[in-house]
Design a protein around this ligand. Sequence first.
Ligand SMILES: [Zn+2]
Length: 251
Amino acid sequence: MNADLEKLIRLQQLETTADDARRQIADHPDRGQALDSRLQHARDLVADVKTRLAAAQEKRRADEKEVSTVQTRLAKYKDQLLEVKTNREYTAMLHEIEAAQNDIKTREDRILEIMMESDELNAELKKREAELKASEKEIAAERAALEKEVAQLEIEMSTTAAARAALVAQIDRAALAIFETTAKGRKGVAVAEAHNGLCTICHVRLRPQIFNEVRKNESIIQCDSCRRILYFAGENAPVAQTTQPAVPAED
Ligand SMILES: [Zn+2]
């Protein structure tokens, strides 16, 4: 194989690797934020139950206080009942007593309901707190994995950059210029495998004469359509992954 062609294929592999790493590193802030929102959501659920529980307790305290007030009033009514002079006063006092007793009963029923509701809320709180604890653990592990991944990608990028610099120094200037111009216009992918008479990236059929030349891998030949540098990996060779863009082929 032509030495420059071989180096350009390798250069393309390095650039694709570096691009992938760069893209993954760029995605990391979003992934970190997704973890933050997951954690916040678990915390909000706990806070929400606590708020409802506090509201229930406050309602209960207010009712208990009122029950005690009404009970004091009721005791007073019962004393006054012994001192009334007329039948009318007596009946009126009985009404007052009955109203107070009804009020107490209503409030006591409500207190019972609030207590049951509080039991449920306490159970829910326990559940949400356990979920939060599990989420915290899970998210911390995911965050650590994410940071490790970034560190590895950064190492990969610097290794790739060093390999790229060493390689570029060995490539013929004219061949490198073709590569760089094409890469700039083709989203960083300047090399394409030719397979079954086609450019495997733009899918345009090569002229038979051109394809025959490409098969020899002896010179730098560009696709007539996408201008990428073509190489041949063999008749039955699987189409190389490294020079395939992740995006659908362009024209
Ligand atoms: Zn092409």
